[in-house]
Design a binder for this molecule. Sequence first.
Ligand SMILES: O=C(O)C(=O)CO
Length: 347
Amino acid sequence: FETCGKDCSHQVCRMELAGQELPYVLVDSIGERFGVYEDHLGFLKKRFHLITMKEYLENKTFLSKKISAIYVWYHRPVINEELVQSLPNLKIVASAGVGIDHLDLKLLSSYGVKVSNTPFVVSTDTADMGMALLLASARRLVEGHEMAVSPDTEYFPADWLGVEVSGATLGILGMGTIGYKVAERAKAFEMKILYHNRNQRKKEEESAVGAVYCKKIDYLLQQSDFVLLAVTLTPQTHKLIGKRELELMKPTATLINISRGLVVDQDALVEALQNKVIKAAALDVTYPEPLPRDHPLLKLKNVIITPHIGSATKKTRWVMVEEMTESIEAGLAGLPIPREVLELKDM
Ligand SMILES: O=C(O)C(=O)CO
């Protein structure tokens, strides 16, 4: 590295001048699906020695004492007790995004490891994604595209029509920051909004988007034309939507999931879609991710699946990286950690 001079404020230069080594940060990989983007490498390499899981496993003896932070995208690298135990100087795990269901907070805290995430920056994009899936499913965007590019583009069957969004009822399960932003968008689309949340929102927040609170989810499921999942994955929301809940939904209804795949019993969903218990599903999340190529969900016409891209815009991904870096630097310097995770919160 080149140092710029005594007064330079770059982390790398300050450390070089002080004769310190850059922190070693474990990442899943570089340039792969759950790894560091090549675009972010320049920024990160000025601050950290990035060690991929592969490098770590190949040179464990040397690296295990060096690594002081882990940079995790959703569920990779897998952070289990074996890994935590093998890293005696681990101080902080910086997790991308809002969901932290892939982390065992109790385990990490028992080893004195702090956790941070990036909950606020992802909310707008993820809400946009929820609305995009709702609109795409209602107006059959994916099938429409296939029809437009097919050689047989004149073919337009009578039963092909979509459903109106305006005036339809949207039931939002999980009214944290993301769920509320979906409600703001749905209001602009003239939808009626029902919601369920662990905690009822303030009256003024409800009336700002015209949302009606449902204490029990059954009523919401029975009344909604679109049911959108934006709950945090916890033991209470694990497979929250199963056979019984799908049967409560209207046969004309669509299920949209921007939360976590495990909030839905996927086998029950496949069965419900095959048997037309509900009309359609639009899923940004599944389990596992990606689905095996022969999974029945991939064969259904009434399903849209995207590869967990709720927060996947250029600007947001940059801010996520900056925020994770800021949290690691604070954690390693013993300073208060921005966005430290102390408990599970609403999305
Ligand atoms: O931020 C998260 O946890 C997401 O999954 C966004 O899609």
